[in-house]
Design a protein around this ligand. Structure first.
Ligand SMILES: [Mg+2]
Length: 270
């Protein structure tokens, strides 16, 4: 299993009935490069405050809180930003306003991908983590109910899932962030899935490239697959994600789903 790193060989496998997937970076690459939009924007906001501090201190600060909140809804990064503006003597905007500006900048950046998918000049395979369709198909073949849970606004998740052609795999539903952000979290989605289906933890498997979903799945007693995708579509292992996923408690870590057969054999102990 050259590309499957087993960190917890004793984790219980084989009996999975429900699978929760993160979307961005785990299945979809439509939003790849979002950090290169958020970080410079946030750095500019902090640089414009009365007491910004050094360029390096702002850059480090933004990188830290953006990383820390990755996987939660975007609004949490914007709430942190507003707090940092205040600390530097500025008058912050409402977090939702930072979120709207960020999102407009992001859409500009990814528009060529959305347009390419709409006009079919871009292939679906170029916009998903390599092997995604094969893995989702294999899970479906084994009767595993799949759910998509994302920190991106639900309307965008629904739209982008349809664009990259994965909607039909998620019989369990597609869940994204709500405007009423306090009443949504991946943790709640996972807890609801477990409650509604009377699941035992070891029937649950989760796939994600961020620590939030890995932690949530482990807390629920499930098996966590860390996806350290480098988001270029070439399927290299992202070292930074690897270290975070390891720390979060992933049971195995993979860079992509291309070795679908080996992965499925391992997961289902076939
Ligand atoms: Mg992700």
């Amino acid at each position: 299993m050259p590309d499957i790193k087993v960190l917890n060989p004793h984790a219980k496998r084989g009996g999975f009935k429900h699978a929760i997937f993160d979307f961005d970076g785990t299945i979809s690459l439509v939003r790849a490069g979002w950090q290169d939009v958020m970080n410079p924007y946030f750095i500019d906001v902090l640089a414009a405050t009365p007491n910004p501090g050094s360029k390096k201190s702002i850059t480090d600060c933004v990188r830290d809180f953006v990383d820390y909140n990755t996987g939660k809804q975007t609004i949490y990064q914007c709430i942190e930003l507003a707090g940092e503006v205040k600390k530097r003597g500025g008058h912050p905007l409402e977090p939702i306003e930072y979120k709207e500006t960020y999102h407009a900048l992001l859409l500009e950046r990814i528009d060529h991908r959305l347009e390419g998918l709409r006009s079919k000049t871009l292939s679906l395979a170029d916009c998903v983590v390599p092997g995604s369709f094969e893995l989702l198909g294999a899970m479906r073949d084994r009767g595993v109910m799949c759910y998509l849970a994302s920190g991106t606004d639900e309307k965008y998740v629904l739209h982008e899932a349809a664009l990259v052609g994965v909607t039909d795999y998620f019989d369990g539903g597609i869940y994204g962030a709500q405007d009423d952000y306090k009443n949504f979290s991946k943790k709640m989605v996972i807890e609801n899935i477990i409650k509604e289906n009377d699941l035992h933890g070891d029937e649950l498997i989760g796939f994600g490239d961020g620590y939030v979903e890995i932690e949530n799945v482990k807390e629920a007693g499930g098996f966590a697959v860390g996806v350290a995708s480098d988001e270029t579509g070439e399927g290299r292992l992202d070292e930074w994600k690897y270290r975070r996923l390891e720390k979060a408690g992933a049971d195995i870590i993979i860079p992509h789903f291309l070795e679908t057969e080996e992965l499925i054999k391992y997961l289902f102990e076939e």
